[in-house]
Structures are given as C-alpha cells and as structure tokens.
Write a protein that binds this ligand. Structure first.
Ligand code: GLN
Length: 480
C-alpha cells in the first residue's frame, strides 16, 4: 500500500481494496519500524480514531476526496491537544490549545494525522541538525542529511512512511529537503495558504505547502490547504482553482528561462548535469529555452539573512518563560527568569539569529541593515518581474549540491550557502517547486521550477508533464 500515490490510495479506498484503518495501521507500523528519526511525536490513537471516522464517512457516502488518507504534519503547525514543539526545547512541553488553519482544513477533509515531523528548531536551518530532537537521516543514505528545515517531512515521504507531509518554506525549507530526498515539494505564492497557527519564523516570508511523491498528489493536497483565512491578514482573498484541472495541458511553446546566475561557480557538476538533462526533456516536449538574468540574486543571501533574523527576533520575543513554553528552575527575579529561560530554552542557531536581528533593528542601525535589505529585496522582485515578461517559468537547480554528510558543515555561513537558489523566491513572494530530476552519486537531485505570482496551476502542470515522461519520482530508497 505504501507504494501507492495519494491518487491511487483515493481509488483504493473508494473501491474498498482497503479501509482507512488498514492503511493507517500499515503506515503506523512502518513509522515504528523506521530509524530515521523523522517524527517528533507519533499520534497512534488520534490516527486510528480519525481513520475509523473516515471509514464511516466513506461507507455513508459523506466523504470528500482526501477522506481517510494519512499524512504527517510538520511540528510547526498547532494541533489541539497534541505537542507542538517547532523542534525546540522551548516548546517541548507545549500542548497547543487550538488548531492551525491548515490543521483544521485537513481535519475538515477527514484526513488522518499520523504524527508530527522533526524539523530544524523554529524552521531555522538547511540540514535538520538544529532540531532539539536530534537530526533526521536521509533515507537514501543514512550518513547524509535530509535537508531542512522540513527534513522530517521530506524523509517521511521519501521513505514511504507517509504519503503526504506538510512543510513550510521561509527560504527553501520545502524545496531544498524535497530535492535532497527525491520527492516533490511546492512552496506556493505568499498568501495562498493561511499562516494562522503556524509558528512564526519570519512572517513576511513563511509559507506552507505540500510535500508529496508526485505533482498530481501535490495538486490534490493544495486544493485542501489553500484559501483565504480571516484569521491571517496576509492571506489572499482570492478564489482557489481546482489545481488538478490544469494537469492536462501540453507544454508545446512553453517559454522556459534559465538564469545565468544559477549556473555559475559553486554549482556541483553532478547536479548541473541532472538539471541540464531535465531541461533537454522539456525541449523534447516542445518548450523553448532561453537565458534570463537575475542580476540581484547574488545579494539574496545577505538580504535574507538580515530580513529573516530581524523578523524572528521580534516573533520569538513571545517566548519569555512567563506565558507558556520552557521556564528555568528557581529564577531569582524577573530578569533572571527571562535571561535563563531564553538562554536554556533556545538552541545555538536560534540565539545567533535573535542576536543578529536585535542588533540590526536597533536604533541607529535600522537604516543601514533592515531598510537596506528591504531595498535589495525590491530589486530582486523587479529582476523576476522583468524575466517573467519574457518567459513563463524559470528553471534551475534547487540546491548547489546533493545531500551532504551529517555533521560535515560546521560553520553557519557555509550552511547559509545551501539556500543560494531558493531564497530569492521567498523574498519576491513567488511560487516555486522542486521535483525529482535524477541522481548524482546515487543521491537524488531536484529541479527547481519558479513561476510568477499565482501560477501554481501552471507549475503543477509543468511538473506533472515531466512526471508523465520520466520515472525519477517513482524511484525509492533501498528497504522501502
Ligand atoms: N535555510 C533557511 C534558513 O535557515 C531557510 C529555512 C526555511 O525555509 N524555513 O533560514
């Protein structure tokens, strides 16, 4: 059953080949047998009772399309009555009193939550090594990282221990782990999916999205996740198309842009080869390839690593040891309570970013850093605007390398380089995808597809047509 896509599982449930309870138990068994550390919590009881409910709905014809399909939820989404840790010691004992909008929407479909997935603390990282709950192993090679911050979600889908997992992407955290684990990941346009109840890292960049094996599955799930939410002032009041409807158009005449800046120094030759081979595949489908330039993309890393820390320093100020979350033992006074709760509750990378953000936002430095970074952000957006006057989609690598060794990148700035091809998309609020495109040294490599605002339908079809012609998305790691 675990080799079936979501589209196939939907048919299986409908035809009564298996029940949701059987499907759910099967995945729970696989999760308990797995040693990847992809989950922070496994919610067996909730899953089995949701599956029972789903089976009832299916039997009485009250089901919707995703009813009874199991999924894994990134531990950044609030889930009522269930621990929601964001990968941090700070929230290790936090039981959310409410559901995030995404959680509510998936519950509304009667999907089945298998558990909460491991992640870099507060979504800060590119390797999942910043998790308080330990690193996740890449199912293709357990000595390698799965990518981050949605590393648990990516590993779970790749290892076939969940057919779908939710992710969030502030600077690449859906696309980069999807690439390193050989699955399909979509970061939608900023505002497409509600951020309500999604623990905030950098509010002007954070966006949730689906992580699945195929683009067709991503379209099915995006239908359920997307939509306006009055609880999130940045969610767009825009109707949601049926994303599965656009999956039939042929790509004859599609204009693809390759950014010069994405194929330069620093790109691993094995990754480049895979990306170029997939571009050839698109040419065979009738697409027209041309070079485009995104001259300001070279400034994406410095701009992002000012904007994101500034926003996180503000967002994370709520964790003060007073209201909820970790509190230090025997504080001497209020200052001691703040100081020790925060120094003991947060990990090293989170503290580094809070310090950078607080410094950059302080009076006297604001104009020199935050304001400057916002101006660069505008220039990056304008580069894309110009490029999208000429082309329909932009393609390139997701990550400069395939999965790297656990523990091998020690210096934070080298880790930030892993995001070089993904950050600009968030800074410009655009949708982007990673799809399995091949292998380099037996490790998966993703192709990035970037579209203009609100072009999810097009992106999903561009990905789907590739998946009709290739079978990279069907490869699975040994033992799966
Ligand atoms: N790796 C980037 C960071 O550490 C992006 C993380 C993300 O998208 N959540 O901030």
């Amino acid at each position: 059953m675990h080799n079936l896509t979501i589209a196939e599982q939907i048919k299986g449930l409908k035809n009564k080949d298996f029940s949701s309870q059987e499907l759910t138990q099967h995945y729970l068994n696989r999760i308990h047998d797995s040693k990847l550390n992809a989950f922070i919590s496994v919610t067996d009881d909730i899953a089995l009772s949701q599956a029972k409910e789903a089976d009832k709905k299916i039997a009485s014809n009250e089901s919707s399309i995703l009813t009874g399909i199991p999924y894994a939820h990134k531990d950044i989404f609030c889930t009522q009555g269930v621990k929601t840790s964001a990968g941090s010691k700070m929230l290790d004992s936090f039981i959310s009193p409410y559901d995030a909008t995404v959680t509510k929407k998936l519950n509304h479909e009667n999907m089945v939550m298998l558990g909460k997935t491991n992640m870099d603390e507060f979504a800060m990282g590119s390797s999942n090594e910043n998790s308080y709950f330990g690193p996740v192993q890449n199912p293709w090679d357990v000595s390698k990282v799965p990518g981050g911050s949605s590393g648990g979600s990516a590993a779970a889908v790749a290892a076939r221990i969940s057919p779908f997992a939710s992710g969030t992407d502030t600077g690449g955290s859906i696309r980069q782990p999807a690439s390193l684990c050989g699955i399909t990941g979509l970061k939608p346009t900023y505002g497409r999916i509600s951020r309500y109840g999604m623990i905030a890292y950098a509010s002007s960049l954070d966006q949730a999205g689906p992580m699945t094996r195929t683009a067709e599955d991503a379209a099915i799930v995006l239908n359920a996740m997307a939509g306006f939410d009055p609880n999130d002032s940045t969610s767009a009041n825009k109707s949601v198309p049926d994303y599965t409807q656009g999956l039939t158009n042929n790509l004859d005449g599609l204009k693809i842009g390759l950014p010069t800046e994405y194929f330069s120094e620093g790109l691993d030759s094995g990754v480049e080869k895979v990306v170029m081979q997939s571009i050839k595949e698109y040419e065979l489908m009738g697409a027209k390839i041309q070079e485009v330039s995104l001259p300001n993309s070279v400034h994406a890393i410095p701009a992002y690593y000012i904007v994101a820390p500034c926003e996180c320093s503000s967002n994370l100020s709520r964790f003060d040891g007073v209201r909820y979350g970790y509190r230090c033992e025997d504080p001497k006074d209020l200052n001691d309570l703040y100081l020790r709760s925060r120094s003991e509750g947060f990990g090293e990378e989170v503290k580094r970013r809070i310090m950078i953000g607080t410094y950059a936002l302080s009076a006297g430095y604001y104009d020199a850093y935050y304001l400057k970074a916002q101006k660069v952000r505008q220039l990056i957006s304008e580069d894309f605007k110009k490029a999208f006057k000429k082309v329909d989609v932009i393609m390139g690598p997701v990550s400069p390398t395939a999965a790297f060794d656990l523990g091998s990148v020690k210096d934070p700035v080298s880790m930030y380089l892993a995001d070089i091809y993904t950050l600009s998309v968030n800074l410009a609020g655009l949708p982007g995808m990673s799809i399995p495109a091949g292998f380099s040294n037996q490790l998966p490599v993703g192709l990035q597809i970037i579209g203009n605002h609100w072009s999810e339908e097009l992106l999903l079809n561009v990905a789907h047509q590739f998946q009709i012609r290739t079978d990279w998305h069907n490869h699975s790691p040994a033992d799966c």
